[in-house]
Design a protein around this ligand. Structure first.
Ligand SMILES: [Ca+2]
Ligand SMILES: [Ca+2]
Ligand SMILES: [Ca+2]
Length: 115
């Protein structure tokens, strides 16, 4: 009886920073995964991996503008924190009722509030 030989390969794609992604070499159409360290469902476009199998902490979306802050990603609601939560320069913060918004820079801007 003839034995079965298993060949295991670690695929490393071309690009910038890579994170762990293993594959058995049988994949014919690997895709690019992006690390999502802050867990907001949007990956860091600068940290990618090419593989057929989804790596841990890897997602297909690579559009996070700040992968160290889970309150900042495209489409995120603006919070009264002076930060650009939705990654769109034209959106202003939403301040709680009763607060007086103050401008923190030149337009477009993100507001913070005082009570
Ligand atoms: Ca993220
Ligand atoms: Ca984020
Ligand atoms: Ca904000």
């Amino acid at each position: 009886m003839r034995g079965v030989r298993v060949i295991t390969a670690l695929l490393v794609g071309c690009g910038r920073i890579h994170f762990d992604a293993a594959d058995d070499g049988s994949c014919e159409a690997p895709i690019t995964w992006y690390a999502d360290i802050d867990g907001d469902g949007h990956g860091d476009p600068a940290v990618e991996s090419v593989a057929c199998t989804q790596p841990a902490d890897g997602i297909e979306s690579g559009d996070d503008c700040d992968d160290s802050d889970r309150y900042r990603f495209p489409g995120a609601p603006e919070l009264c924190d002076g930060l650009d939560n939705d990654c769109s320069a034209g959106t202003q913060d939403v301040c709680p009722v009763g607060c007086t918004p103050i401008q923190t820079g030149t337009a477009p801007t993100y507001l913070v509030c005082t009570t």
